[in-house]
Ligand binder design. Sequence first.
Ligand code: FRU
Length: 436
Amino acid sequence: MDYIHLQSPKNWMNDPNGFIYYKGMYHMFYQHFPYAPVWGTMHWGHATSKDLVHWEHTDIAIYPSKHYDANGIFSGNALEKDGKLYLYYTGIRYPHMNPDNIHIPGNDILEACQALLISEDGISFDNQNGKQCILAPSTDDTLMSRANTRDPKVFEVNGIYYMILGSTENGEGKLIFFESENAIDFHFRASYQSRAFGSVLECPDLFELDGTYILLGAAMEYFDDGLANDAQEIYKLCSFEPKTCAFSWESESHFLDYGTDYYATQTTLDADGNRVLIGWMRMPQAKSDAKRGAWSGLMTIPRTLSVKNGHLYSIPHKNIVSQFLVELSVEDVPGLIITGADDIQLFGTDESVTDFRLSVNLQEHTTIDIGGYLITYENNRITADRTAVYPVGNYRYQSTTPELKDGHHIDIYVSDSIIETYVNHGEYVISHIIYR
Ligand code: FRU
């Protein structure tokens, strides 16, 4: 069982998929390569949870079994319909095989279709008879790129089902809208493209929250600065008119997380109807431990979203916060040095000896050193620096928030592999993978 941070049982994990609260259980599927701790032929791994805190691993849910998904089950979402679980995904075929490695595309070319697997109960997944291809690979790249259209998110508004897809045209990210009355037969409605969506838009999500629509997306080549991980998860406030699929967005892009490892997020509604967000943390190198062997990738703490004054706030889900009730003192945590902060509160959990939560009020020039991971507060911004706890390479080591408006308080959730810093109760977040 995984605690707080979901990981694959071993080997490789990337995007969360099909995140849903269904029949009293949270289901999390995820991009998974079961054979090695590297990206390869994608499967949907599967875990369930009653509380978003403890995760039970179940068997792989979706694996290649058809001509149209022979080389991978890419990302997608879940929808409950007539009591059944509809799992939408992108089926991948490689037009050219790579003779040296069948798990990566030959000549870097994909062929993408949109597919659906209907599960009766969220427990069994019939990979032979339960699948169908619902949008064949595109034959018109100006409508929809044949290679790079993916990651369906299907949602319902007033009895109509909308599918949004991430895509690309002329080097700009593109968002495509389809519509359906039965959640199976979809027809094209509209598309919108912009360099603000990166060069390819991946994993789009669109939902209404506190009176506005929010677009989340993973924008490839967003930074385009030569450093690794130049794709970035962004959000935009936008307006969406379901009847016409008219869609417009603010020019400014914001980050859900300033740490730059966070990518390909998914949201769903939790048991109380709150919008909850989870994201994958990218890792430059696999880690290894006795339980899993070599592994790469893990999920962040689930976060609850809200919008106030045109700003998206994300805070740790209340079920996570309530795990951290064991009072600790700074001396209990090896390697923790706090200089110049006040109102220091430190909590552990009953179930982990390494995880802790540190909550402090910052003063100008406060420094928090967590075993070499440095958090500083200067000029009304927070910077996290992982240089001392990250491999040497072409990576991003330092992350800084925009200027703070809501005060100078931080809540830091620390575990073996990830440190998440929530600033001013969700005004900004910085999360980093760490190696130690
Ligand atoms: C994002 C992504 C998705 C795709 C999946 C493949 O990380 O590239 O666009 O569906 O990962 O694993």
